[in-house]
Design a binder for this molecule. Sequence first.
Ligand code: HEC
Ligand code: HEC
Length: 214
Amino acid sequence: MNKTLPAAALALALLTPAAFAQSANSQPQAAKAPATNVDLKRAQEIVSGRCSLCHGAEGESASPIFPRLAGQHPEYIAKQLADFRDGRRKGTMNDQAQGLSNDEVKALGAYFAQRKPKAYNVADQDLAAVGRYIYHKGNSYSGVAACASCHGPTGDGTAQLPRLAGQHAAYTESQLKEFNKRERTNDNAVMHAIASKLTELEMRAVSVYLSGKL
Ligand code: HEC
Ligand code: HEC
């Protein structure tokens, strides 16, 4: 039985980019359209009271272990928050998301999506160049699909796919490791198939590359 698993995972990794790309094409601008039916004032209150300590009031977290949320897709933020609240995704965030209503979760997604992400410099350009290659071309020797085929050439993602551009390298790298070990407990099938084929150097390189993208 174990022998059939890698093949199934590979098929998934090879088949899904096209499926995701299609869904991306059908709603190109919908993802970050200004939200009209959400209570942004309530979101602001929750952010100042609970979230800004780690993620910053503008979604630009100071410490690299806390993900940047500025410019992230509202649907993706809302989904992850609901998953943390309901225990589907495990982590520090389980406590933080306790008691948030579905409306608050949606409003928080809209709040952070509307913050403007900032550009950051990358110190190690050689490492970033390795990461650029992996991101745009994958690794045909080990069967890694190009990240760009799902997350987009600019790293901006779609409503179902997180924006990766400008994310702290330490956070991106930690998530790749969690996907690999299936410690990221929600919806890890696609990213597990990919992360399990990345070397540590490739994980680090692609994370460093992404941290400098806007
Ligand atoms: C004590 C620090 C802390 C606080 C406070 C906090 N977070 Fe987080 N947040 C984290 C960490 C750490 C992660 C990375 C995932 C994990 O380990 O749980 C994270 C992850 C997230 C993610 C997932 C991002 C992604 O790219 O998948 C979202 C969304 C999020 N936080 C939103 C919020 C919101 C909204 C609040 C306020 C209600 C909040 N966080 C409060 C530390 C914090
Ligand atoms: C087949 C499509 C596909 C490909 C190819 C792909 N990803 Fe993903 N990725 C996803 C999906 C879907 C998610 C969202 C998982 C979820 O909903 O929890 C994701 C999530 C992520 C996350 C979590 C982001 C966050 O904010 O927490 C990271 C990091 C990531 N991918 C990095 C990569 C890298 C690096 C590559 C290339 C080596 C890559 N992905 C290739 C589909 C893909």
